[in-house]
Design a protein around this ligand. Structure first.
Ligand code: NIG
Ligand code: FE
Length: 408
């Protein structure tokens, strides 16, 4: 084997193997190789194993001096494109007003929709790019980005165009999702809006390949499960994958709907009840938990420990957004999932790599294995656990994507 580059001096090379919730997931432990080397050819991993066993040739060698290497992280849930801010909401919440009260009063998500509508696509791109850079610096080599602050169909399309411009402007792999976030405030307009989304917006987005999945916010103050079913059925008919924001505050049927529609993921789950766990565990759907929301809104955490104990494949995302989770670090999301959701360090790494890949329908991301893209992180430590231990400093020293060191 002739490699372009051999990386030696890896104290620990850590990865989960395989994909899919039931093969790549929580049931299996991580694979940790000490004194490892990693060979790269054509942007792919050509060989990986103990240094002493490397028998090929390499055009170049880099010794990383006893540092740990982990797969590039995958952030499977962000709303990184927005304008304005939610600092007034933040302040109001500190004096006792709730997130849901602010939303019902026409603020919250609605205020971000108004601020986003007032900006051009290039202004939105300029606002979002530093957020993508921050996520990338924190170790996210794959980042899902949702629309959802457009509301008007044309504005949702504009948001998806911004996301595709961002994708071309960053070395990170960007996965776009169409989010149908909140219904019209006038109840009599909901049916017509849903028809417009199903008959025009979703087919347009599918035709133009502007998104890979459709997400719906199923909640008392947002969409009902029957409305979400109409929207997500249209997504399926147009060959788009489906995802749901559900059980964030109330149990409103979103989990059951997601499982019935074979959703890639059901996200949030703070209000998920013990009797719902077994059905999730016997489905291929990933449970994506978002500890930044727990920290920022001060609400109960999603039952990460109970989900995993029930056999559910759990992923972790930042949910980066201005209202419920101003968290700009995929590394920190994993660190928080340990503290707030009861994951172990091993489970957190699985949640932020292979399970997050499955939550996005990806089979070529999240693990360091021969034939996979050479997307990995070199840590500032010889012990990989510093990745999920550290709070408030960045333990990620170098980010490599497709075999190249990224400058961010
Ligand atoms: O994932 N809960 C719904 N949507 C977002 C928050 C959006 C916002 O508050 O701007 C979430 O938490
Ligand atoms: Fe979200």
């Amino acid at each position: 084997m002739k490699a372009d580059l051999l990386i030696t001096g890896i104290s620990q090379l850590v990865t989960a193997q395989g994909t899919g919730p039931k093969h790549g997931a929580q049931m299996r432990d991580l694979n940790i190789t000490e004194h490892a080397a990693l060979a790269i050819a054509n942007g792919l991993i050509a060989w990986v194993g103990p240094s002493s066993e490397f028998a090929g040739e390499a055009a170049d060698t880099i010794d990383i001096q006893h540092r740990a290497v982990v797969p590039g992280l995958i952030d499977p849930h962000t709303h990184a494109v927005w304008a304005g801010n939610r600092l007034a909401d933040f302040e109001a919440r500190t004096s006792g007003v709730t997130y849901e009260q602010i939303l019902t009063a026409g603020g919250g998500i609605w205020s971000t929709i108004r601020a986003t509508a007032a900006q051009s696509e290039s202004e939105l791109t300029a606002l979002a790019k530093p957020r993508i850079d921050a996520l990338l610096r924190s170790g996210a080599t794959v980042i899902e980005v949702k629309s959802g602050y457009g509301f008007a169909p044309a504005a949702e399309i504009a948001m998806l165009r911004v996301i595709s411009v961002l994708a071309a402007a960053t070395p990170a792999h960007i996965i776009p999702t169409l989010l149908i976030h909140v219904p019209p405030k006038d109840a009599s307009e909901r049916g017509e809006y849903v028809s417009e989304i199903c008959e025009n917006l979703i087919p347009h987005v599918a035709r133009e390949e502007l998104a890979q999945a459709v997400d719906v916010f199923v909640e008392k103050e947002a969409w009902s499960a029957p409305e979400a079913e109409q929207i997500l059925t249209a997504a399926r008919q147009n060959s788009l994958a489906v995802k749901l924001h559900t059980e964030q505050f109330h149990r409103v049927g979103g989990i059951e709907l997601g499982l019935r529609l074979n959703a890639l993921s059901i996200d949030h789950l703070e209000a998920c009840a013990p009797e719902q766990l077994a059905a999730i565990a016997s489905s291929p759907t990933i449970a994506t938990i978002l500890p930044g929301v727990t920290l920022h809104l001060g609400l109960p955490a999603a039952p990460g420990r109970a989900l995993i104990d029930a056999g559910v494949a759990v992923a972790v995302g930042t949910d980066l957004n201005p209202g419920s989770s101003p968290l700009f670090s995929a590394q920190m999301a994993l660190a928080l999932a340990i503290r707030l959701n009861g994951l172990t360090a091993h489970e957190a790494l699985v949640a932020g790599t292979v399970n997050a890949a499955t939550a996005l329908g990806l089979t070529d991301a999240g693990r360091i294995e021969t034939g996979q893209p050479a997307d990995f992180l070199i840590l500032d430590s010889s012990d990989w656990r510093d990745l999920v231990y550290t709070l408030g400093a960045n333990p990620v020293r170098e980010i490599w994507i497709k075999g190249e060191k990224v400058a961010v």
